[in-house]
Design a protein. Structure first.
Length: 146
């Protein structure tokens, strides 16, 4: 069993698909973090929320394509990948692990980022079946150790 917290945050920013500021449009981005507490104590949500507020505050109200971290590409995928890598580092300071990040600029489209098998989000039965299939095929593979 994997225990984790699911924390939701929002920030407002604008971006464009082609880097053309005249084509910029604004969103209220929704970001969901799946966080595993490694401290052995209760999660300090006050400290966690403050850390995320400061992080997201650096992007609040900005045209994201102009930031060097997106090098003109502020797609939802680029934003998600960059935030995931940055927040993994930040959360380690709280003795926590970022397991997955979901980010969306509309309720209908969510981009998910993680380093492992995605956590169950919609269909836990299907997620379990996928994991079992992966483990089955892994057992069939020759041992890579020498």
């Amino acid at each position: 069993m994997i225990d984790y917290y699911k924390c939701q945050y929002h920030f407002n920013a604008s971006h464009s698909f082609d880097g053309n500021k005249e084509q910029a449009h604004s969103h209220t981005f929704t970001m969901i973090l799946y966080i595993r507490n490694l401290s052995g104590r209760d999660m300090d949500f006050k400290r966690l929320d403050r850390m995320i507020e400061i992080f997201l505050g650096r992007y609040e109200g900005l045209y994201l394509n102009e930031l060097s971290c997106f090098v003109g590409n502020a797609s939802i995928e680029a934003i998600g990948d960059y935030f995931y890598e940055q927040l993994k580092i930040k959360l380690s300071e709280l003795n926590a692990e970022l397991m997955q990040l979901d980010i969306g600029d509309t309720p209908l489209g969510v981009y998910q980022v993680c380093d492992r098998i995605l956590l169950p989000t919609v269909n836990e039965k299907r997620s379990r079946e996928n994991l079992e299939a992966i483990l089955f095929y892994k057992k069939q593979m020759p041992d890579q150790k020498k």
